[in-house]
Design a protein around this ligand. Structure first.
Ligand code: GLU
Length: 479
């Protein structure tokens, strides 16, 4: 069997969208699963849309999630360069070859139809399709600007097989004479990617389903050259859930849709990757947690589905939480640190206790700052909150609780959750007050919050003895 060669061919927009990332992942998995090759190619021929630093975003993202490529712009390879903007002469050469074969022509009309993002293009009336050689030579000699167009067959139909969507057929008279080379000398995506895929030996093309209906035109280019067609995998659309329950193409209003935004929001790259693979593919069993290596082993492209995938943030959060809880405390500390530093400018007494408190209680890391703000300083709070009928507390017994707790706690040496818990329980018994009343008063006294991450004694463990006692004393003074 021949070696499978796939590629990821992003246009450098400055972002790595979820859809792009999935394309990269599936291309990578199809190649690696079969022991084949994976190539990175930068499709930067649209100079008007050039974004500085965009290539770095792509490369950094692939590195972060572990999608290593065998050939690419930064590492080179036998079919390089791997940036289309550096391959201009190659495309010109092949476009001229098509002219010589009678499959393409110079067009001097001066109208460059706008090519849409998904490779579709507007009609062209074919005016220059049948210019005489004399007319062409005259125009060229006069230095008239031109584009090079493909001479699309007018009759019949074009069919190709897509491994996900099946046979796709388009009537040839609905296809236009697409531009191969623009007047600025740069190729269009339509042409460049065909040439590159051929020269880079790419035999398996994986990309978004927006290219399904334009692919017959690319098939015609392959045929004009007499080249073998690649295998095609067009991937299903990714939809987002709207507030009213309907779905529409995934976009910003559904939440963060770029890799960088998701990471900034506290999703782990491993969890994102694990989630994204499910958008259009399902393993044969019910497993849900996969590392990249697991996926390389089990990914069968025959299981790619054609029905649209729905991006479900709740599911992603659930998965992210799984990854967080599976970490060791110190691993969690590393990923949580930047989010902790957003609100804590000084160290808490027991950082490990803080991590243990947070780890099982956050789904995404961006939930951290809000949860831990009160560790920075005791916030001002309404002292009347100490009085709570459900917890059976009054301002009067709160005062008693705090006074006595301070006395007891002053003598505690091993300041940890268990000891503190026992001390306060014993105190409750001694005072003939319910334990929940004691815990309520003390939790509020040290946190200033009605809802907190963790209970009174867990919070005190994080704060340490001096700070806990100082906070309780401050609260007592207010009574
Ligand atoms: N540059 C195209 C894109 O980013 C690539 C499409 C393809 O993979 O052929 O959409």
């Amino acid at each position: 069997m021949k070696e499978i060669v796939t590629r990821f061919a992003p246009s450098p927009t400055g972002y790595m969208h979820i859809g792009n990332l999935r394309t990269a992942l599936y291309s990578y998995l199809i190649a690696r699963h079969s022991g084949g090759k994976f190539i990175l190619r930068i499709e930067d021929t649209d100079r008007e849309r050039f974004v500085a630093g965009a290539e770095k975003v792509i490369i950094d993202t692939l590195h972060t999630i572990g999608l290593t490529y065998d050939e690419g712009p930064d590492i080179g390879g036998p079919a390089g360069p791997y940036r289309q903007s550096e391959r201009k002469d190659i495309y010109t050469h092949y476009a001229k070859m098509l002219i010589d074969k009678g499959c393409a022509y110079y067009c001097f009309c001066g109208k460059e139809e706008k090519q849409t993002d998904n490779g579709n293009f507007a009609a062209y009336n074919g005016h220059c399709r049948n210019l005489t050689q004399a007319e062409i030579d005259e125009n060229l000699a006069a230095g008239k600007p031109y584009v090079i167009r493909f001479k699309m067959p007018r009759d019949g139909e074009t069919t190709y097989h897509d491994n996900v969507f099946g046979d796709i057929t388009v009537e040839n008279n609905t296809m236009y004479d697409l531009i191969l080379i623009k007047s600025d000398g740069f190729p269009t995506y339509n042409f460049a990617h065909v040439i590159d895929d051929h020269l880079m030996n790419v035999n398996t093309v994986v990309r978004g389903s927006e290219y399904i209906t334009s692919t017959p035109q690319y098939v015609q280019i392959y045929r004009a050259f007499g080249w073998d067609l690649p295998e095609y995998y067009h991937l299903p659309l990714i939809m987002g859930k709207n507030e009213d329950g309907s779905v529409s193409k995934l976009s910003k209003r559904h939440g963060s849709v770029t890799f960088a935004d998701m990471v900034a929001n506290g999703y782990l790259p491993e969890a994102i990757l694990n989630y994204i693979v499910m958008l259009g593919w399902h393993p044969k069993d019910e497993r849900e947690i996969f590392s990249l290596n697991d996926l390389v082993e089990i990914f069968d492209p025959a299981d790619i589905r054609k029905s649209s995938a729905i991006f479900d943030y709740d599911k992603l959060k659930w998965l992210n939480a799984k990854y967080l809880t599976n970490m060791t405390t110190s691993e969690f500390g590393i990923v949580a640190q930047p989010f902790i530093e957003k609100v804590l400018t000084h160290e808490v007494a027991n950082f490990d206790a803080l991590l243990r408190l947070l780890q099982p209680r956050v789904q995404i890391l961006s939930e951290i700052p809000e949860k831990i703000e009160f560790f920075q300083a005791l916030p001002e709070f309404d002292i009347n909150l100490l009085e709570n009928s459900k917890k059976k507390t009054t301002l009067e017994n709160a005062k008693t609780i705090l006074k006595n707790a301070l006395e007891k706690l002053n003598t505690v040496d091993s300041w940890n959750n268990d000891t503190l818990f026992n001390v306060l329980n014993a105190l409750a018994e001694e005072l003939g007050i319910k334990s929940m009343s004691v815990m309520w008063v003390i939790r509020l006294a040290v946190s200033g919050n009605v809802v907190t991450v963790g209970g009174a004694t867990e919070i005190m463990e994080v704060l340490g003895k001096a700070e806990s006692i100082a906070r309780m004393a401050t609260t007592l003074e207010r009574l």
